[in-house]
Design a protein around this ligand. Sequence first.
Ligand code: PGA
Length: 267
Amino acid sequence: MRRPFVAGNWKMNMDLLSARSLIQALQLQVGASPRIDIAICPPSVFLHPIRAMLGDSSIRLGAQNCWSAPQGAFTGEVSAAMVKEVGCRYVILGHSERRHTIGPKDASGHVQGETDAMIAAKVKAVLEQGMIPIVCVGETLDERDRNATETVLARQIAGSLAGIELTSGRQIVIAYEPVWAIGTGRTATPEQAQAAHQHIRALLAAKLGAVIAADVRIQYGGSVKPDNAEKLMRNPDVDGALVGGASLKAEDFLGIIQGCIEAKKLG
Ligand code: PGA
């Protein structure tokens, strides 16, 4: 059975003082041997101090991004080896806020515009460090309205995993995050989520073989909250959640973890 996995993507939020109290509250409830895997993914400059705050906690650490090259003249970037060295087990890659040319822009109108090829190179770098990439895929509202969801997912899975070979499905996590559901309060219905996850698993089976695909955890992400988590995760192919906004409040994040435990009948 796939072990469910709930991760919090803090994005560019939080300060160290608030992080400390959030982590204390989480640790108190999560305990030493939770029934599911749990991770938090703070901004990269906070990884090191937060690793120290976590101590021997069962809560794992993830980065939100890294660069594909091992070292060199890449001002402002961090390598996979660097995030590994500060204690990360996971690295989120290809989040829609890094892929897309739409979405929140800063005052200059700048967006990141990462391509599938860039993401594939980063996936390779993270795997080489023995960490687990959380590879995000998902369609925009326009693509869903044009019935292009399956085509987009196929293109993103093929492109983001191009040249990647795995020996086990445990080496990688996929996060299905429909762009129209991220930070909008609008969630995919449990049926929409299951259909997309099933499609992703079929794509993985075609690429990596059925045995490996059956072991890959596929998280759902996009406005997951305590009141919708359980229903979403009752789906057989939804193996957990990648949580943005609701991971910043202990009560909400714990509510989602609890929803997952109940959905998977692990309580
Ligand atoms: P959200 O973000 O939960 O705030 O919608 C999810 C994500 O972007 O990973």
